[in-house]
Design a protein around this ligand. Structure first.
Ligand code: FPP
Length: 252
């Protein structure tokens, strides 16, 4: 898409469109509470927002989207809430998979979802399997995910490879390390958007965020629509990314 206007409603040149966006979808509970409704009502509305954002990501010409659907800490929420979230995830993948597949979306699920009910795991497994050869939007769903766990896992795997004599300690460099992260093969993370007004990473993509920009918005996730998304991306595009150097990236 370089050098051309992206097929999008974004008000920025195509070369400033991020390749990889991460989103922390926060605020479902508060959105529901404001309406005197149970938190699960907010999660359902959150799923509708998610559908719109996935479509918009494709329309904006963004190559990869990684979303935080469930953190490793979220398992400790009340059983009914966790179970409602599992149900929604399953519903999303069962109802949307054909459309996603038609659009060429490639789905990857990262994290430890082993505590999820079998039906939810099967829906996620099927979605990954069906779309594995697709070459369109790379949609990664972090589910039962924690960045520390991911980093420790990568370190452990490299230790094992050293112990087996497959590589020497000197070969453990950034490239080798990144090859053992869940996100290997995805483009570098350009920006993390967090909705819901909090300004923290909550154990999301800690390694990958080294040179990512952060855009924090007050909008609660169910209200985060295509227009709010476009404005978050435009705010990212206005940043001077220097990657530790002195030269601002050209915005021409
Ligand atoms: C955080 O809001 C959100 C979650 C823990 C779950 C995110 C889930 C969805 C957006 C719906 C389903 C998703 C998919 C991928 C189909 P919160 O509950 O922490 O909100 P609060 O901070 O207002 O309490």
């Amino acid at each position: 898409m370089k050098g051309t206007q992206a097929k999008s409603q974004l008000n920025i040149p195509a070369e400033l469109v991020p390749r990889h966006v991460g989103i922390i979808m926060d605020g479902n509970g508060r959105w529901a509470q404001k309406r005197l409704m149970p938190r699960t009502f907010g999660h359902r509305a959150g799923m509708e927002a998610f559908k719109e954002i996935v479509r918009a990501t494709d329309d904006f010409g963004i190559e990869a989207l990684t979303v935080y659907a469930l953190s490793s800490e979220n398992w400790s929420r009340p059983k009914e809430e966790v179970s409602a979230l599992m149900g929604l995830l399953q519903e999303y993948f069962l109802s949307q998979i054909d459309e996603l597949h038609r659009q060429g979306v490639r789905i990857r699920v990262i994290g430890d979802g082993s505590r999820a009910p079998l039906a939810a795991r099967q829906a996620l497994e099927r979605a990954q399997e069906l779309t594995r050869n697709n070459t369109g939007l790379k949609l990664t769903v972090a589910f039962g995910y924690g960045a520390r766990m991911e980093i420790v896992g990568a370190a452990r795997e490299l230790c094992r490879r050293v112990a087996r004599g497959e590589i020497s300690p000197d070969e453990v460099d950034e490239q080798a390390f990144e090859g053992h992260l869940y996100t290997h093969g995805l483009p570098p993370l350009d920006v993390i958007i967090r909705t819901g007004g909090e300004m923290r990473l909550s154990n999301f993509l800690l390694y990958q965020a080294a040179y990512a920009e952060f855009v924090f918005v007050d909008t609660l996730w169910p209200d985060f629509d295509r227009r709010a998304y476009a404005s978050a991306i435009e705010s990212f595009a206005a940043r001077d990314r220097r990657f530790g150097g002195l030269m601002a990236r050209s915005k021409e």
